[in-house]
Write a protein of this length. Structure first.
Length: 67
């Protein structure tokens, strides 16, 4: 089964699966990807803090991973 990102997916799990997804988090202003707290957040939590549309980011990540 392919890896699928949802609003509840933990950022660390996404980065462990595909490190090249880091660019999408950097674009949203999340520059501390190696901090334990950021790696333990869900996509939805991070988007709320950074004022980013969670659905848009989930779509981008899934499209990137599916390439």
């Amino acid at each position: 089964m392919a890896f699928k990102v949802t609003n509840d997916t933990i950022i660390g799990d996404i980065l462990d699966y595909d490190a090249s997804t880091a660019e999408y988090f950097m674009e949203m202003g999340m520059h501390c990807l190696h901090c334990p707290s950021s790696r333990g957040e869900s996509i939805e939590q991070a988007c709320m803090v950074h004022g980013v549309d969670v659905n848009e980011l989930v779509e981008k990540l899934n499209a990137h991973i599916g390439e």
